[in-house]
Write a new protein. Structure first.
Length: 266
């Protein structure tokens, strides 16, 4: 990722000093955190301080994706600081992470806080997704990670997900930006993260004949080099092999479908 540093105006000096003090008092790798008013207050203040720090230092932590350089499309890793930008889109959805809570109809605001805590708990050492932007507009979103972080996966009859694969849970592109390569660039980010972490493949549950699916349509995955490894009338398991098997992870899909209904995002 590219870090661009600019000269700070004098008006930022006091803000930066304040943030640096917080960092020295105990900052995580994802930004300073100070708990005021309980857990929700901690999350809100962490987000606000992190944004001040990034603006003051001139560090965007973004890079332009290869397929859309002319359009200045930018990608940034998903974390607690920017998950709120997905409010009203995918940020308030915990379909994969907390199936029972999702099925009971948790309010979107509460679900957003749950997703932020999920990211805080599991995203310390690796990326769990990314956001594509055109300026300030969110154009796309992807979420991925080790399959065991997504309990809903066991409800898909074409599973289980292979142990050597990074699982793609969500892939969404804004309607006005579809057909422009955004999804391909987001999948490329997942591929880079999988290789960095030593996974041999990417896998997901694609949907036949419809894009109304958390992880996207089958045609998209096929066009990006994925193949069906365990078929299903609606949600086949698709896989893109990246490298040969590493370590003790078994290569390829494992036998034995998991019982349960198909999962589908309303």
């Amino acid at each position: 990722m590219e870090n661009k540093k600019t000269n700070m105006a004098p008006s930022w000096i006091s803000c930066l000093s304040f943030v640096q003090t917080l960092v020295l008092c105990g900052a995580s790798s994802r930004g300073p955190s100070v708990c005021i008013g309980g857990w929700k207050g901690c999350f809100v203040l962490e987000e606000a301080v992190a944004r001040i720090y990034n603006v003051a230092a001139g560090c965007t932590h973004r890079h332009t994706t290869n397929g859309l350089q002319d359009a200045q499309m930018q990608f940034e890793s998903l974390d607690t600081r920017n998950v709120t930008d997905l409010a009203g889109l995918c940020g308030g959805c915990v379909y994969w992470e907390f199936p029972r809570v999702f099925d009971e109809g948790v309010p979107a605001e509460e679900a957003l806080l749950m997703k932020a805590e999920w990211l805080r708990s599991h995203g310390a050492s690796s990326s769990l997704g990314g956001i594509a932007r055109l300026g300030s507009e969110v154009c796309g979103f992807i979420q991925f990670g080790p399959a065991d972080l997504f309990p809903r996966r066991t409800e898909y009859e074409s599973g289980p997900v292979s142990e050597d694969a990074l699982f793609i849970a969500c892939l969404w592109v804004a309607p006005d930006h579809r057909g422009r390569g955004v999804a391909r660039d987001l999948l490329a980010q997942a591929e880079q993260e999988a290789l960095r972490c030593g996974y041999a493949a990417l896998e997901s549950f694609a949907r036949r004949g419809s894009s109304n699916n958390p992880s996207g349509p089958l045609d998209l995955y096929r066009s990006c080099g994925f193949e069906i490894v365990r078929d299903d009338s609606e949600f086949p398991l698709v896989r893109k092999t990246l490298t040969e098997k590493r370590g003790d992870r078994p290569s390829g899909p494992q036998p034995g479908p998991q019982p349960g209904p198909h999962g589908e995002k309303p």
